[in-house]
Structures are given as structure tokens and as C-alpha cells.
Design a protein around this ligand. Structure first.
Ligand code: CMC
Length: 433
């Protein structure tokens, strides 16, 4: 990993003490003030509860410029990758930090294809869940349980084992995710078919039944693959930071990924794609849009416009741009171009983008606004939307975990706090409380 360079120093004066803090520069993006010695020199911490001004690590994987709307993996723009690459090629790029040549890609695809089956004993885990369980609950449980199955890939200090764990996760996630769906709808599990591409195989395991093979059109397979690319990695978001923090203690890699899945589930993060569809159903009709926009602006109302806004993008989310075009293709393909829900979504987007509140706060549609619409058109139930996000993000989580473990300076992550609770007081007997 190339080291960040010290390019300047910042001077901080606290009372009668002055400290010099190095300013570090990466290859692009904002420079950072290195505060690692601050506590030792001043007895003070920095305070940044939701990390809006904190770079938690240095990384070579993914670059985002939220003001301009740029997303790149290894220097390649998301537009270029979705246009010219495949999801497995992007997986290779994230794991190895370079695009593969043809021989490397073929070998990688073969490796992933040969790991698609899951240990038969893992099947039994599904039946421990209620049929009405959310598929994300199943995903967390089954991926967490992988830590008890694949002992030959859990020595985090062995580079080969780290790579095998990464391959296993990427390869088995579609099987685990499809089976989570099958279990909740009461259909038999469909085993992977290694003659199919990654995206096609996932659709096959999700929608085929023994009585009838599901044959997706090439356009649907391509759209699915594109969606996987768009969700593959997104630098230090909440779930990725969770995976890094869990992994920083030296924990089992499969357990770390389960912690990322748990974080992704929330509606402020990956759960937003499900929440968008639920919100559209709640709005119900174009005539109700103004009422819901007013609710979204009202600080006393918990309602927020799902699929709008982003912590980093203060311009159009570039993933949303690619997906908007893809949504048109898919809807045309499945004959849902006149779907009233889509109509409602487009009208909501139009009105929100003209509204002063949204314009002032730079609240644009994000990736989740469009992905839900495409998932619905392909035939996924809303409860599966976040599972699809998790499936694709697995490569980002494991690549970031690998990068962290391979950093020679890596130590356990341990934030501190500003304590605001009671100071020491005597313990009162229970009768005096
Ligand atoms: N609807 C209405 N108001 C909003 C929204 C929204 N969706 N998002 C932000 N705001 C307002 C917020 O109330 C605040 O207003 P004010 O300055 O008057 O207090 C201002 O915009 C800034 O918002 P914030 O909450 O400080 O921003 P944040 O960076 O903490 O939150 C977010 C980012 C994505 C959690 C938030 O925009 C949100 O809840 N959006 C809806 C959920 C969503 O679509 N999430 C998916 C994110 S993209 C996929 C992913 O990365 O997982």
C-alpha cells in the first residue's frame, strides 16, 4: 500500500499549549489532519460522533467525490465499469487492486464457480427460522454460521486463507441469498448450476422451481450484473466500517461479514431500497405527493423521503444515474413501463428536485431510489431488496477487510468518548431509592 505523504502541518493552540499536527495527502480527495498523537500531547480527544469529519483509515480501493458525483474503483469510473466490465471482473479488481488479464479472469471465474455450493449441513440452519422471518435475518444467521464450517480459511494471518475466504463468500452469497428467499416463500431450495454466469445462476436459484425452469432474458441478466457492480463497494460507509472494526480485533472473517450485513439492514443504509417501495405504496397516488413532501420537511414528523439524500453525495449519486437508464430498459423488457408505481416515483422525483427544501439541502435521489423499482420489475418481493444489496456488497466488505489486515500498521479500532454521565456517588440501599 502506498503511504500517505506529509505535506504540511497544522498548528493547534489549546490554552498555553501549542501542538504541530501533520497534514497528510493521498492521491486525490481532501487532505487529513493526523491527530493520532493529540491525546498524548494535549490530554484531549477529538469529538465527531457520526464521523462527518473523520477519515478512519487510508485505502486504495474506492474513491468518491460527493460534490461532483464521482465514484471510482481502482481509478476506473463506475460508468466505465458498468458499461464495459462484469461483476466478477470488478470483484477481481477489488480483491487484487488491478483489472485481470483474460487468463486471470478465466481462472477467477472458474474458482468462484467451483465454490457456489454450500455445506449441506448449513441447509438445516434455515429450518430453525420461522417462515415469516425477514430474509436479512436468515442472511445474518447463515453467513455468521459459515464461521463454524470453513476452518481451512479462517487463519487471518495466512494470505492464501484470506483469499480462499474471500472467494467462498463471493461464490456462496448468491446461493445463501436465494435460499433465504426460497425458505420464506416455502419453495424447495434450488442448487447452483455452474454452467451459468454469476447473475444468471442467482436468478435461476431464486426463481426456478423443480416443476419449471426460470429462463431470464439476457437483458435482465445484464441489468442484474450491472446492479451488482453498482453496489460492489462504497468506501467507508456504515456497514464497511463495521466490518473493519469487527475485523480489527482479529475476528473470524465470516463473522465480520455477518456484522456488516446487520448494519446494512437499517433503513438509513441498505434498508432504504425496501423502504422506497413501501413509501411509494404509502403515498399511493400522485395527488398525495405534496402532503408527503410537507411531512418530509416537518422536523416533528419522523417521515423522510426514502431514496433521497446521502451523507457523501451532495450532487447526483452517480449510481442512480446509471440505474435510471437501466430501469427504463428493464421496465421495457418486462412490460412494466406503464406501472403506476413507477409513474408515481418519477413524479415524486420531479417535484422533489424542484422543491426549495430539497434543492437547498442538496437532496438528490440515491441508488436505492431506482434499484427498488428494478428489483420489483424483475419480480423480487420488497423484503429481498436489501439482501440483493448485501450480496453485491460482500466483495467490498471482504476486500476492505483484506486491505485492513494486510496493513502492517493495523491495530484494534477503539474509539473514545465524551463522558456526560454521573460522577462517583455512593451506592444507595434498595429501600432508599
Ligand atoms: N427526507 C427529508 N429530509 C432529509 C432527508 C430525506 N430523505 N435526508 C436528509 N434530510 C434533511 C435532514 O433533515 C437535514 O435537514 P436540516 O439541515 O434542516 O436539519 C438535512 O437534510 C441533512 O441531513 P442529515 O440527516 O444531516 O444527513 P445525513 O448525512 O446524516 O443522512 C441519509 C444521510 C442518507 C441517512 C439521509 O439523507 C436519509 O435518511 N435518507 C433517506 C434514507 C436513504 O435513502 N438512505 C440510503 C442512502 S444511499 C445507500 C446507502 O449508502 O446505503
Amino acid at each position: 500500500m502506498s503511504e500517505p505523504k506529509i505535506v504540511d502541518t497544522a498548528t493547534l493552540t489549546v490554552g498555553d499549549k501549542t501542538v504541530e499536527l501533520p497534514i497528510l495527502e493521498g492521491t486525490e480527495g481532501p487532505r487529513v489532519i493526523d491527530v493520532r498523537k493529540l491525546y498524548a500531547e494535549t490530554d484531549m480527544f477529538t469529538y465527531d460522533p457520526s464521523y462527518t469529519s473523520t477519515a478512519s483509515c487510508d485505502s486504495e480501493l474506492t474513491y468518491i467525490d460527493g460534490d461532483v458525483g464521482i465514484l471510482r474503483h481502482g481509478g476506473y469510473s463506475i460508468e466505465d465499469l458498468t458499461e464495459n466490465s462484469s461483476f466478477l471482473e470488478v470483484c477481481y479488481l477489488l480483491l487484487h487492486k488491478e483489472l485481470p488479464n483474460q487468463a486471470e479472469l478465466t481462472e477467477f471465474e472458474t474458482t468462484i464457480t467451483n465454490h457456489t455450493m454450500i455445506h449441506e449441513q448449513l441447509r438445516n440452519l434455515y429450518s430453525g427460522f420461522r417462515r415469516d422471518a425477514h430474509p436479512m435475518a436468515l442472511l445474518i444467521g447463515v453467513v455468521g454460521a459459515m464461521s463454524a464450517f470453513y476452518h481451512d480459511s479462517t487463519d487471518i494471518n495466512d494470505p492464501q486463507q484470506r483469499l480462499i475466504a474471500s472467494h467462498r463468500l463471493i461464490a456462496k452469497m448468491p446461493t445463501i441469498a436465494a435460499w433465504a428467499y426460497k425458505y420464506t416463500v416455502g419453495q424447495p431450495f434450488v442448487y447452483p448450476n455452474n454452467d451459468m454466469s454469476y447473475a444468471e445462476n442467482f436468478l435461476h436459484m431464486t426463481f426456478s422451481v423443480p416443476a419449471e425452469e426460470y429462463k431470464p432474458s439476457p437483458a435482465i441478466v445484464r441489468a442484474m450484473d450491472k446492479i451488482f457492480i453498482l453496489h460492489a463497494d462504497h468506501e467507508q460507509n456504515a456497514s464497511t466500517s463495521t466490518v473493519r472494526l469487527a475485523g480489527s480485533s482479529g475476528a473470524n472473517p465470516f463473522a465480520c461479514i455477518a456484522s456488516g450485513i446487520a448494519t446494512l439492514w437499517g433503513p438509513a443504509h441498505g434498508g432504504a431500497n425496501q423502504a422506497v417501495l413501501e413509501m411509494l405504496a404509502q403515498i399511493g397516488d400522485k395527488k398525495n405527493i405534496p402532503e408527503f413532501l410537507e411531512r418530509a420537511k416537518d422536523k416533528d414528523d419522523p417521515f423522510r423521503l426514502m431514496g433521497f439524500g446521502h451523507r457523501v453525495y451532495k450532487n447526483y449519486d452517480p449510481r442512480a444515474g446509471v440505474l435510471k437508464a437501466s430501469a427504463d430498459e428493464v421496465l421495457e423488457e418486462v412490460g412494466a413501463a406503464n406501472d403506476p408505481l413507477l409513474d408515481l416515483a418519477m413524479e415524486l422525483e420531479r417535484i422533489a428536485l424542484e422543491d426549495e427544501y430539497f434543492v437547498e439541502r442538496k437532496l438528490f435521489p440515491n441508488v436505492d431510489f431506482y434499484s427498488g423499482i428494478i428489483f420489483k420489475a424483475i419480480g423480487f418481493p420488497t423484503s429481498m431488496f436489501t439482501v440483493l444489496f448485501a450480496l453485491a456488497r460482500t466483495v467490498g466488505w471482504i476486500a476492505q477487510w483484506k486491505e485492513m489486515i494486510e496493513d502492517p500498521g493495523q491495530r484494534i479500532g477503539r474509539p473514545r468518548q465524551l463522558f456526560t454521565g454521573p460522577t462517583e456517588r455512593p451506592y444507595p440501599p434498595i429501600g432508599n431509592r
